[in-house]
Design a protein around this ligand. Structure first.
Ligand SMILES: *Cc1c(COP(=O)(O)O)cnc(C)c1O
Length: 235
């Protein structure tokens, strides 16, 4: 039962992505689906992975830890997409996260760099930008984003390859679009600076309700949770 529900939802989301790409003349291969799996059990996540999805995103270090054993033998890629406290960096590195999409401050970047140096590793990171200006949202302010990326470029363990944002929660399509346009323009501005360790290839934007608009503005990763797994149940 649950299986079929997930599979149906998944194919509907993939159809939406395909249609959105068609609408703006992009190839569906330019847009990757990241399944936002917060609160979702490993059993359910495995159903979606078995259906061909490779990429998941988690928001909480605790959940990554809890699900690790059950998912470690299932081939998939894991990004961190939530607010990262500096004292949780070790766990993010330990449990197979390949990219942190939510780097939004210098202090976090520095501490991450120190840990990576100790481990002799590099890591792909995206910078999260608060394009909506909503106070409840994390992310660097758009006016500070370029300066932060310039700082990050000095930390040679960090490979800055993307920008991430959450669109404004609004019915107003113009305001929503402005968030995604802003992220795309920041990408162009940052890439024109040709900084070392920085090349923005990915725009991670668009979720269950607004992926079409994000794709129209250049999203290369859409992060979708509830449209695949249903409404989240928090305990
Ligand atoms: C939960 C979450 C998503 C997915 O949200 P849905 O509306 O369920 O698709 C995307 N990005 C982030 C950062 C999230 O926390």
């Amino acid at each position: 039962m649950e299986n079929q529900y997930i599979l149906d939802n998944l194919s509907e989301v993939l159809n939406r992505i395909r249609k959105a790409c068609e609408c703006c003349g992009r190839s569906p291969q330019e847009v990757r689906l990241l399944m936002a799996t917060k609160t979702i059990s490993p059993e359910i996540i495995k159903i979606a992975i078995a259906a061909g999805q490779q990429l998941i995103g988690e928001n909480k270090v605790q959940e990554i830890r809890d699900k690790y054993q059950q998912l470690k033998d299932v081939p998939h890629e894991k990004h961190f997409i939530g607010y990262l406290q500096t004292n949780k960096i070790n766990d993010v590195l330990k449990y197979g996260v390949s990219c942190i999409q939510s780097v939004d401050r210098w202090e976090l970047a520095q501490k991450l760099h120190q840990k990576l140096l100790q481990a002799g590793r590099e890591m792909e990171v995206y910078v999260e930008v608060n394009t909506s200006g909503e106070e409840s949202k994390h992310g660097v302010a758009p006016t500070q984003a370029v300066a932060l990326v310039q700082q990050l470029s000095q930390l040679n363990t960090l490979k800055v390859s993307g920008l991430m944002t959450i669109g404004k929660l609004t019915e107003d399509a113009t305001q929503l679009r402005a968030c995604f346009v802003l992220l795309r323009e920041l990408k162009e501005e940052i890439n024109s600076l040709k900084l070392s360790n920085v090349q923005i290839k990915e725009l991670s934007m668009g979720m269950s309700t607004d992926l079409e608009e994000a794709i129209a503005q250049g999203a290369t990763i859409v992060r979708v949770g509830s449209a695949i797994f249903g409404k989240r149940k928090y305990n």
